[in-house]
Structure formats: C-alpha cells, structure tokens
Write a protein that binds this ligand. Sequence first.
Ligand code: AMP
Length: 263
Amino acid sequence: MKARPDRTAWIKGGCAHCDIAPAARIQPFRIVLIGPPGVGKGTQAALLSGSLDACHLSTGDVFRAINTLPPSELTPTMSCALREMRAGKLVPYETVLSLISERSACLRCRGGFILDGFPRTFAQAVMLDEMLSGQNVRLDAVISYELPLKQIVSRISGRRTCSGCQAVYHMESHPPKTPGLCDECSLPLFQRSDDRPESVRVRLEVYEQSTAPVVDYYRRKGLLISVPADGSPKEIFEMTLRALEQRPKTVASKNGEVAPRKP
Ligand code: AMP
C-alpha cells in the first residue's frame, strides 16, 4: 500500500494547508463510508486512502484532535462537542456544519476523498449534497458496511488506538507485538473513551435512529453499495475495491432519483 495522502488541512481546519500536495487524478474517487460503530470504517478508509490516493476525511479524527488541545484553547462549542462525544452521542448539527464549512476546500481535493463518519443524519446528508453541488462535485459511491450486532460489540470492546499515530489494534484479532505499545511508534495504546461499554450502547442506538435513514437516502439516489464487513481487514478491503469496480454507473435526475447512465 502507498503512503496515505497528507491531511493537515482537514485535521487542523482554518488556514492550515497540507504540506504535501495531493497526487492529481484524472478521475478522483469521492466516496462516503457508512456503518455502525466498530464495523471497521476507519481501517477501510485508511486502506482505501492509500490505494486510491484519496484523502481520508474523518470527522471523528477531527474531534479526537480537538480532544488533545489544552483546556485553555477549547471554545465553549468545542467543550460541548467533546462532552457529547464522550457520552457516545452525536455532536450538535451546528457544530458539524461549522466544522465541515471551514474545511469545504477538502471536498475539492484533486486526489478525491473518502468521507468517514459524515454524514451521520438525514440533515447532514442534505448538508453534504448542498456543499457538493455548490462546488460542482459529485459523489461516486456510498459504501455501507454491514455486520451483526454481536460481532460489533466484540470488535469495539477489544479495540485499542495508538496515542501517537492513531494506528488501530484489536486485543484478539490484531494485537500489537509488545502488549500495550504501538508496533509503529512504540507509544502507549489506549481505549477510546467512547469505546467503553456505557458509550457503546448509546452509539449503537444513535446509529439505528439517526444514521440508518441515511443508508436509505443514498439507496434511493442509486449510490449505495452494501459490503459485508465480516472478514479480515484485507478481505473486506478487496471486496470493497471489487464492489467499486463493478458498481453500476448511474446519473441522478433533478429530483434526486436515478436513471441508468446511457452507454
Ligand atoms: P467516529 O470516530 O466516526 O466513530 O466518531 C466519534 C464520535 O465523534 C462520534 O461518536 C460522535 O460523537 C462524533 N462525531 C463524529 N462525526 C460526527 C458527525 N458527523 N455528526 C455528529 N457527531 C459526530
């Protein structure tokens, strides 16, 4: 796998620029990943980003970066967003709107993008549509990863993240070589506060209520590709690439319904 594109502009927002220019693609991929917590979206986003040269735009990573700021640098809006995140709830719509608006140039990235964790509600899906059409950019596909509830809970409870490079491990299926330490940068691994059992329950409920309707929204638009997330990260990645290659090419009409693209 190639190195992942630089995403400084996305993580920092504001006036930040990426230090390394994205590789230009004639037809960049613009993809949204959807799926319940613990399904492995972040891992797949990283693999797809390396393989397609598209930038990994994760809203969760932006909130986690904010979480590392000293308390004196947190605005009241940021503190409120972090409280909601720790409880496993969704961050308020207005906060997400301001976060994405500030980073909207990333949607025009010439390498394309893999959106991970956004949109998460019907209102956010409409927000994304408006932003994309304002920038004359279209989505290629929305990939929905699917996994039974029992496996989701087991994946989340064993997940550990590196405090340095954010690499993700699993206590059983992908343990680090030295217990508790990252293979890449040797820094300690930690359990995300929203991966604790009390937050996980809330996150799964939130997914069913708020995010499942987003899947229907994209199905109606003809953009949805369902991928079973049962397998190793490599197997799921290969299935995703195959599904992307084989996806029916469609065009959306003015009312958002789809028609087959003419040959
Ligand atoms: P993730 O890493 O995508 O699971 O996101 C971690 C947490 O960040 C979520 O449980 C939410 O609290 C918050 N978050 C991330 N993306 C969004 C979003 N699009 N809308 C609302 N909250 C979000």
